[in-house]
Structures are given as C-alpha cells and as structure tokens.
Design a protein around this ligand. Sequence first.
Ligand SMILES: [Fe+2]
Length: 210
Amino acid sequence: MYIKLDRLAPTGFEVLKKYDGPDIPDTEWSGLEYMDWRSGGDTNFAPIASALGEMECAGFWDHGKPDKDGIWTKNAEVCPTLVKWVENVGARYGRVRIIKLNPSTSEEEAARNLHLDDNNRLNPDGEGWVVRTWLQLTDDPDSYMILRDEKDDPATEHRIFMPKYSQFVIDSQRLYHAAYHPGSKPRYALITSFESGPTLERWMESQTAK
Ligand SMILES: [Fe+2]
C-alpha cells in the first residue's frame, strides 16, 4: 500500500494554473547537455537530477534506489530557476530532467508511443506513490498530452494542451501517456518525479487556479 493523493484519484491527473514565477531564460534548457534516450517519441533528455548525480537517464533502480532523493547533475548549474522550481515544491523528488521532443508526424504516430512510466520500482511499501509533474517550457499551444486509461481505447482519452508555462501532474504509472507535437520546432518541458504526500498536495493546492 502506498500513500496516494485523493485529488488524483478520480482521473489520475490534474492541470494546475500556469507557472507565474520569475521568467525562465531559454538558456536554462537550450544550454544543457542532452543524452540520446528514446521515450515516448523522437526524444532526447537532459538529466538535471539523477540517482547518483551522474549524467545518465537510466532508472534509479539500476543503482538500487526508488525514484526519490535525486542528486543534482552538472546540468543543474545551468538552470538555477528550474532547480528553484523543483525545490519550491518541497516534496521529495527523484529524476528531474528536460525532455526535448521532436515534432510528431501524425497523431496516430504519437498514439503509438502511449506508455506507462515505471515510477515506483523499489518504492518501499507504506511510502508515498511517485507521480510526475510537467512544466512546459516552449510555447506549444496546439500540442497536447494524450492520456488514456486503456492504451487502445480513445473513449478513455483526455488531452492536456501545452502552452508555455502550463503545469500539470500525472500519475504516469496509472495513465498511458504520449505527447502529440505537430509543431515545426522541438518541444521542451521539465519533468520531475515527486513523492505523493501532504507536501505535494499543499503545493498543488497553491498552484490551483482560483
Ligand atoms: Fe512517460
């Protein structure tokens, strides 16, 4: 049994209000070191926190850890506002990274990338369930996250559009997800694993549009 957030129980995701903190210079994502790592499309990832602070995208389980207690990599020095964003949430975080997603060729292709994340491997029983947050960095108002309860059933689908600074939380081990990005340039977003619990809930409440 894990601690889960009641507010995510109905749908497995929540769209928050847009990030309204200090502007994030684009050097904080364009100036990072990216690794070849395919997940959910034609992607590269820039690790900002990893299991041991090394420049790698592998699961924390490779190092015997659950996806918690991430350690900043050298990329963190280049993106102080993003580091502050993560620390401001206050909850235990695991992997922190930027996804760079190249444009999709079609919605069908994007839907083929629908997958579940492996967020809770080695997560000790009784602790908080790991979910993920997204902070959209580029302005891609026509791009959206496809969320489905059942991978092959569009009737179970929800969509989250991704204009600049949109923020959302997804139980991405529960919901199949993939981004459809019809733009002409890569899409960038910050993805962070957080432990469910009162701290994450308080932050979500503070980020709820009133
Ligand atoms: Fe994923």
